[in-house]
Design a protein around this ligand. Sequence first.
Ligand SMILES: *Cc1c(COP(=O)(O)O)cnc(C)c1O
Length: 397
Amino acid sequence: MDLLRLRTAPRPAPAALLPAVADLVAVERPEAPLHCLRPATITTDTAAFVAGFPGDVMYAVKCNPEPAVLRAVWDGGVRHFDCASAQEVALVRSLFPEAAIHFMHPVKSRPAIRAAWEAGVRDYALDHADELAKIRAETVAGEDLGLFVRLALPRGRAVYDLTGKFGAPLEDAAALLRAARPHAARLGLCFHVGSQCLDPLAWREAMRLAGAVIARAGVAVDVIDVGGGFPAAYPGMETPLPLGAFFAEIEASLDALDLPYLPRLWAEPGRALVAGGASVVVQVLLRRGDALYVTDGVYGSLSDAGAPGFRFPARLLRPDGPPAAAASCDYMLFGPTCDSADRMAGPFPLPADVAEGDWIEIGQLGAYGGCLRTGFNGFDAIRTVEVRDPPMLPARD
Ligand SMILES: *Cc1c(COP(=O)(O)O)cnc(C)c1O
């Protein structure tokens, strides 16, 4: 990423001054995938999360680090950022000198810890005694250090499982809390239930485990960080539950721990803040029956539409052709690379007469879309624009 360019990037225009996707496609007739950012959607969804969550909200930067997205999240009221690398720390610091940055990756390089400390980062996650030693060695003792023990959770109910890589089991987590307490101005316990978690009970179970760890540790914990994983809307995954049901469950679970003091709650949402905030416009290169060969795929912005099997809303854009057929057809998509894994099963319901040269806008790609692009097979051309359009699926609450 070009930090110099990012630093001088202009603030986004008010939504009313931005172009509409259909008009852009009519004028530009894009041959490469066109990323369409919806800053107003991100700001609205972020503001709703911040207003509803009973604690501090940090944005998980990895989910979408576009400067326009970070600014939209900031405009929605977020002042805390969850970073996982020295590059993310530098990016957030360059955009927001006054932001609170938290280094929530449990395994960090020593140079990354030193760089983060220099950039004013004071909170660090860990899930092993050696990482605690590393953090203590690379930061300045006696200064406002926050230490966050990452707790391992059993395989849960999230669509995107995140267990198995990070987190200390109960006994180890309790020992780490005890070991960290004397060095921490802020001691926290954090966990992650997995991404796109549709069931609020996942947080209740995680909180119960957190309570057991705190009881075992016998030391006071200042913060419980309930992580990310809050769901966004995708076709076939519109849960009837608004985010408020998740927040209520978290608050009730904290009360149920019945601690003699009240830890602060933090959350690290990524997906829930930004999923509605981007789409990609692709062009149809070939139609073979119900399969459409298009200009972006799983090595581009559509990796979650591949093996993870997420579905995304789609619409046809045909600026100057005949009106689209009224009948609809369930399509699958193939991306532009030669790899047979570059396949998106969908289904993507679109008019029955989609043909070569048509454009298709695929929405709800604000989370883990553009940031996962690769240059595989030479398909790395992309243009990013800001648009005035509403999200392609309504927000969840
Ligand atoms: C990826 C990640 C998040 C964000 O998860 P979402 O599912 O996008 O909300 C939050 N915290 C940590 C530690 C992560 O790794």
